[in-house]
Design a protein around this ligand. Structure first.
Ligand code: SF4
Length: 492
């Protein structure tokens, strides 16, 4: 799943983000009107995909409603939470190392509590308490409402655990506290969990069955964000294309193909259209799409509304049909390429990115070559690329031998990265001389004299600061590029 708090939010297998973009702390946010402070402060740090970052905002809201204040400095916190990721072994190790860093806080303040949230909590359950002695609370992704009670239990000296998964929890009524927000872009969750059971993936085991959030609560949250001055929303779900809502519980659970014409179902294309209609100057992004569920109706809605960004993250994982079958992705190479052809036909000039795994169980050299040839054919703007890491409890771990030697996995990954760098450079070079609209997001990391923001195709653009403000739309003429970014001058 995802990187970062930079809103490039693809969902599947995004450990890079976890290592490089952990989000720490929280803004000093006021509690809701009428809620008195209980004198205690919490600190929250998030790892992994965008969904985790969005969940931390739900946790912050629940804590604020119970009288807790946030702090950006864990040294002064009474409660330290780490929202964790299990997608790869390396991700889990990073969290364990981080937990060790909090030992000093416990030494200084014996009453301080440390809580582990999210996917690792769900995967390891109370075993976590044995393995990491300094952890006091273990709370799974569907149990955040119970946090105030669990904190009380932990304060009284008990070890507090709630990792129950739910079939209907969507936190729809909870208004997230926007942590470390730039006030411009916000995540909005539309589904939770995943029913897909890709054989390599731990997510269905840690985040439970898929549930869609009622559309009216999503639209209301988007309206509120717009009224607060936000300029961009990213709709989040493990598989946004399988979003569906009907007042009738039984209908909601059905596959689209099983539905009769008379069944009233609100699907992702309907939702996307309603969100786009909230305001013409509110940019709309979404992630992640699943190739098996991304149908033309969604593409037509993207083409119809100027404020829906022309960018689709469509993870392929492998370019070989047999490997895809072992991965249980439920589409083949031809189906995937047909979806790419549909994107290019319906949304000309659409940015496309992917997730790719090298060295999956049984992958031959020829099958690896199929991945490279598919990449050349699609010409991705960008990809999140990893070598396969077996996760306990997954279908692949039970069914297939993790039989590709590490050095071969890594060599194949290096080849995939090298090719992606070539493709990204070609794609970026093609933009030189064009004028693109950019939403100004933040100062550039490399130079105080520059700002940066993304264009419609999700490419990061860097340009001189001048008198520009964060949150403004500007027209930038692209004058140069690297494999990762476009460089330009403001023309309007
Ligand atoms: S099971 Fe598949 S679709 Fe679901 S989150 Fe994992 S990789 Fe994505």
């Amino acid at each position: 799943m995802s990187e970062l708090y930079n809103n490039q939010v693809p969902f599947e297998l995004k450990i890079k983000s976890m290592d490089e973009n952990a989000q720490g702390g929280a803004l000093e946010k006021s509690r809701p009107f009428g809620v008195a402070s209980n004198g205690k402060k919490y600190y929250i740090e998030s790892y992994g995909c965008a969904m985790n970052f969005a969940d931390s905002e739900v946790v912050a809201s629940i804590l604020a409603n119970s009288g807790y204040d946030s702090t950006k400095d864990y040294n002064e916190a009474d409660l330290i939470f780490v929202n964790t990721c299990s997608i790869r072994e390396k991700a889990e190790q990073t969290v364990r190392n981080r937990l060790q860093g909090f030992k000093v806080v416990k030494k200084r303040n014996k009453a301080a509590l440390i809580g582990v949230l999210g996917c690792m909590a769900e995967r390891l359950k109370d075993k976590f308490l044995e393995e990491e002695q300094l952890v006091d609370l273990v709370v799974g992704p569907d149990a955040y409402r119970s946090l105030p009670n669990l904190i009380e239990e932990a304060v009284s000296g008990q070890k507090a655990v709630n990792v129950l998964l739910s079939r209907d929890e969507t936190y729809a009524d909870i208004s997230p506290v926007r942590l470390s927000s730039n006030g411009v872009s916000a995540f909005v969750s539309i589904t939770r969990g995943c029913d897909n059971m890709c054989s390599f993936c731990v997510v269905p085991h840690t985040r439970g069955r898929e549930r869609s959030r009622p559309p009216e609560s999503i639209i209301q949250e988007v309206r509120n964000l717009y009224e607060q001055g936000y300029k961009e929303v990213t709709l989040l779900g493990q598989n946004v294309d399988s979003y569906r809502w009907s007042e009738d519980e039984k209908i909601r659970g059905k596959k689209l193909i099983d539905l009769k014409d008379t069944d009233l179902v609100f699907n992702f294309s309907n939702l996307l259209e309603e969100v786009a209609k909230v305001a013409p100057d509110l940019r709309v992004r979404f992630s992640t799409s699943h190739p098996k569920d991304m149908h033309d109706d969604v593409l037509h809605v993207i083409a119809k509304y100027k404020n829906i960004c022309n960018y689709i993250h469509l993870p392929v994982q492998s370019g070989n049909t047999e490997v895809l079958a072992r991965m249980n992705r439920t589409y083949d190479r031809e189906w995937y390429l047909d979806r790419i052809a549909a994107i290019n036909r319906i949304i000309p000039n659409c940015g496309i990115s992917s997730d790719i795994i090298t060295g999956f169980c049984g992958e031959t050299e020829e099958q690896h070559q199929d991945t490279l040839s598919l990449m050349r054919e699609v010409k991705y703007d960008m990809s999140y690329m990893f070598f396969y890491s077996e996760r306990p409890g997954t279908l692949a771990a039970k069914k297939y031998a993790d039989d590709i030697p590490l050095e071969i996995k890594k060599r194949r990954l290096a080849e995939v990265i090298e090719l992606q760098n070539e493709l990204s450079l070609i794609s970026n070079q093609a933009d030189i001389g064009t004028v693109v609209e950019v939403l100004v997001e933040k100062p550039s990391k490399k130079s105080e004299a520059d700002l940066c923001g993304r264009n419609d195709r999700n490419k990061m653009v860097i340009f001189p600061k001048g008198n520009l403000r964060i949150g403004q739309y500007v027209k930038v003429k692209i004058t140069d590029c690297t494999t990762a970014v476009l460089l330009g001058e403001v023309v309007e």
